[in-house]
Design a protein around this ligand. Structure first.
Ligand SMILES: [Zn+2]
Length: 134
């Protein structure tokens, strides 16, 4: 997931939309027995400014599959999260810095996935949760 800032400048593409797919590692998921079904879909609008900083605004969307967190039946859930990030052409920038004219989206995308990650997944509204009372 790389954006070549020099190329965008050369082509005078100072704004537009982009899409990526990312085979996110299951280590981003904190729910037991749940994994990504498909690659994470990333889509956003970008603006490239005169100082070579880059702003992106869009979404990360993915589908989780595994065991219902309550009754352990098979369950899946679609999730969409916000992806908003600002990249500065400096290595030491506290948010997202980049060097050598190429922005790597990986950290911003992983942050957006983790921020949108649910704490559990459910098999549905009819979930018959395991009763611990008898
Ligand atoms: Zn359930």
């Amino acid at each position: 997931m790389l954006i070549d800032i020099r190329k965008l400048n050369a082509q005078k593409k100072y704004s537009g939309t982009m899409e990526f797919e990312y085979s996110a590692p299951d280590s981003l998921i904190e729910i037991p027995f749940v994994k990504f079904v498909t690659p994470v879909k990333i889509s956003f609008e970008y603006d490239l400014y005169e100082d070579d900083s880059l702003e992106i605004r869009g979404t990360v969307a993915y589908k989780l599959e595994g065991q219902c967190s309550r009754c352990l039946k098979a369950a899946s859930q679609e999730v969409e999260g916000e992806l908003d990030a600002y990249f500065e052409p400096r290595k030491d920038y506290e948010d997202y810095g980049y060097t050598n004219g190429v922005v790597d989206l990986k950290k911003a995308v992983e942050d957006a996935i983790m921020a949108s990650m649910p704490f559990s997944i459910s098999c549905g509204e009819d979930c018959e949760a395991i009763s611990y009372n008898g």
